[in-house]
Design a binder for this molecule. Sequence first.
Ligand SMILES: Cc1cc2nc3c(=O)[nH]c(=O)nc-3n(C[C@H](O)[C@H](O)[C@H](O)COP(=O)(O)OP(=O)(O)OC[C@H]3O[C@@H](n4cnc5c(N)ncnc54)[C@H](O)[C@@H]3O)c2cc1C
Length: 395
Amino acid sequence: MSTIELFTRARHAKELGIKGTEDLTLDWPAVIARKDEIVKSWSTSKNATPGKLGVPVLHGHASFTAPHEISVDGKTHSAEKFVIATGSKPARPRIPGVEFCITSDELIHLKEQPARMVVVGGGFIGLEFGFALAWAGTKVTILQSGPEIAPALDQEIRAILLESAAKAGIAVKTNAKVTRIGSDKTVESEIGGRAEKFSADQVLLATGRPSNVAPLNPDAAKIELDQSAVKINEYLQSVSAPHIYAVGDSAGKRQQSPVAWYEGPIAAHNAIKGNERKVDFSVFPTAIFTIPAIGQVGLTEVEALKRGIKAKANKLPYEYNPAAGVRNETEGMVKVVYEEGTERILGVQVIGAHAEDTIQIAAMAMNGGLKKSQVGAMHYVFPTFGGAIFDTMAS
Ligand SMILES: Cc1cc2nc3c(=O)[nH]c(=O)nc-3n(C[C@H](O)[C@H](O)[C@H](O)COP(=O)(O)OP(=O)(O)OC[C@H]3O[C@@H](n4cnc5c(N)ncnc54)[C@H](O)[C@@H]3O)c2cc1C
């Protein structure tokens, strides 16, 4: 995503007085090769860490054979405690012709950039890849089964995202039921009672990622599942098998890397020392790497009102942020939701350049229990995108 964001910005550099970038092209194989190198270097250094700490690593497919026994490629090992961290895997809905689709797992290895791509699913993965490929020059159509893309988004943020999708040339179709995918990758669908067909070179299936626990043979260890995830308590402990803990995508619905990094040490601590540490997600910032990106923390205005909180919202379009103006990235908005009277910050949503970073200022303020007006009265560096967070809280 970052490469394509830079590519997109470079192509618009003429507006900043930089000549000669209008005809820039993307070297797709080089982009994929560089991504492979980055992943390899990270996973090599990560994989070396347990060894350095003296922790043996067994390479192979693990599955339980009894509550305290696990088989790794046919060899049995026993342990008092276990931590499950088997991640998630792409859903494969029962649509005729689903075998002709790819998932994000395959997309990131494609040797050729598709000229046309249909994305089945308008959640965060479908949107991120949809935007990236569209800005890279692919003709993208997103088919979303429900009435809205990314249903959890604030509606004003979504409206800006949809304007950006139109600028990127993405066709977004909602209430679209995919009925069949042909071997030539034609996608047949029903939209508002009408049959519609979409031709594509690749069909990306982005319909969610269930937890990947079933291949571990959870029944043998009496592990109760909640849908596909390990059913856990606030100590990350299995509710049915107390010697087993689960973290990251295998444990729940917050499918973000920092969740796995945060939960891993907590589960290990609780497994070894007893249940001393609970997880706390009361302030949990997230981002969607669309172009422009979205950062969110806490409640949206609608969610707060639904909970009966007297919520109000301050909004600041990016065009009033001097850093955005200087860099010609004025598409976006900051929205701060707060409780009337107490000025408690309930949530912040940002869409626009650097949203994935600026949202962290809001998360720190919420974690520290700061009031909206306290943040609004703080000094900050000018001109910066982060300054928009302070300015939005100032009024
Ligand atoms: C396309 C895409 C984009 C994403 N973008 C972001 C992002 O921008 N930011 C973000 O925070 N998160 C992002 N995520 C989510 C993030 O990747 C996951 O939340 C995170 O990797 C979960 O970590 P984990 O350790 O739980 O599982 P994983 O990282 O999936 O690791 C699970 C490991 O367990 C192994 N395993 C599974 N079953 C077995 C078995 N039976 N025996 C032995 N080993 C097994 C697997 O091989 C794998 O190595 C993205 C995910 C996808 C798919």
